[in-house]
Design a binder for this molecule. Structure first.
Ligand code: PLP
Length: 402
């Protein structure tokens, strides 16, 4: 048996994020002596004899049994993400929504209630309001970052407080200390969707949040080439969630897992550039005569700038802005005139992406519904990729000046 030393501490405590991103969770010596982790395309795993199967079932052997319950390389990704978030454990999923859905399924039952900030990812809101509503779960919404309204909605049936931070597309930033304290005060678990931040920019568990979820489709994988999700929390909290994944089968494929693992290794480098690009482009937009408003937490004009400065290392690559005196068609003209960002949903990849939320994610909302969620016809969402910031700014300038 080859001895397989890991990092000095199993979770890499004390090491910087860039070192963790490259090494945490990995064996020093891997299959075939390769420097990279292997892709195991195995649906099932075999046993040399019946006693080994008996020992495994009695949890005496750390190994795999069947693909729906785990894959050796997936475990590496899980350990790496847990180390980066400063958490004990992580579970990887086929998509971000699979992660969120699994967590809700694992912790809620009929009669339970959740309270969420109304700027949560719109599919999370839909999942709670519409789909879990069918199974007897009651959802209350409070305006984003209105902690008093959130507290007022908590009662003896409340099981979970949910928010995204920063939110999408308004980039509101939750005061995680306050949010977690609210949960602790009322003995209610808290969940933060930190997709837009990544563990490079903020680590919600350090503020006392119970569950962090990610759409790894975005910055964590970083190349617009896969779908994946993750939940990070304590061992104890994740145990029932992990068992449920074995039953629902929302697991990631081996190829996607490999790409995710590879993407995470460059997280720090990529996030630095996304943060730089986001800040530079937001400052440019704020100074442009055709811009009515810019939503970016790195700007002093943003409502949550102080909270963001206190809790975040950088503010990411996502920027939302309003074109002055423009209807949806004139706004579309700006979107159509840019040459570098491509038109499409999603964010967090190497390629910049641009869209009008009203046209893309909220196309089936009525005028009243759009107003209620603060989506305007002159609103543009830009995910700054990894391109040169001066090129992005020059491109936006030519599109706005037409
Ligand atoms: C903040 C946020 N959470 C969750 C999701 C869902 O992730 P996925 O598309 O990987 O299911 C998204 C996707 O856009 C997102 O932006």
């Amino acid at each position: 048996m080859i001895e397989r030393p890991r990092l000095p501490e199993p979770d890499g405590r004390g090491l910087a994020d860039s070192t963790l991103a490259v090494h945490a969770g990995e064996d020093r010596l891997k299959s075939g002596n390769a420097v990279t982790d292997a892709i195991f395309c195995a649906a099932t795993y075999t046993f040399p004899d019946t006693q080994s199967a008996v020992d495994y079932v009695a949890q005496k052997l750390p190994r795999e049994e069947y693909g729906r319950y785990g894959n050796p390389s997936e475990r590496v990704t899980e350990r790496k993400l847990a180390a980066l978030e400063g958490g004990q454990s992580a579970i990887v999923y086929s998509t971000g929504m699979a992660a969120i859905c699994s967590l809700l399924m694992a912790v809620l039952k009929a009669g339970d209630e959740v309270v969420l900030f109304d700027e949560c990812y719109h599919r999370t809101r839909e999942l709670c309001n519409k789909h879990f509503g069918k199974f007897g779960v009651v959802t209350h919404q409070a305006p984003a970052c209105d902690y008093d309204r959130m507290e007022a909605a908590i009662n003896e049936n409340t099981r979970l407080l949910i928010s995204e931070s920063p939110t999408n597309p308004h980039l509101s930033v939750v005061d995680l200390e306050r949010f977690a304290a609210l949960g602790k005060k009322h003995r209610v678990d808290t969940m933060i969707d930190a997709t837009l931040a990544t563990p490079y920019n903020v680590k919600p568990l350090a503020y006392g949040v119970d569950y962090v979820v990610h759409s790894c489709t975005k910055y964590l994988s970083g190349h617009n080439d896969l779908l994946a999700g993750a939940i990070i929390a304590s061992e104890e909290k994740l145990e029932p969630v992990r068992r449920l994944r074995g039953a629902t089968g929302m697991c990631i494929g081996p190829q996607e897992n490999y790409l995710l693992l590879r993407g995470v290794k460059t997280l720090e480098l990529r996030m630095r550039r996304h943060n730089e690009n986001g800040q530079a482009v937001a400052e440019f937009l704020q100074g442009h005569r055709r811009i009515e408003k810019v939503y970016y937490p790195g700007l002093a004009s943003h409502r949550d700038h102080e909270v963001a400065r206190r809790t975040m290392r950088g503010y990411g690559g996502l920027i939302t802005f309003l074109i002055k005196d423009a209807d949806w068609r004139q706004t579309a003209d700006v979107v159509d005139a840019v040459r570098i960002p491509r038109i499409g949903p999603s964010l967090g990849g190497a390629e910049s992406l641009i869209e009008q939320p009203m046209v893309m994610s909220y196309h089936d909302f009525s005028k009243e519904q759009l107003e209620a969620v603060g989506i305007r016809e002159n609103m543009i969402r830009l995910s700054c990729g990894l391109e040169n910031p001066e090129d992005l700014i020059a491109d936006l300038e030519q599109a706005l000046d037409r």
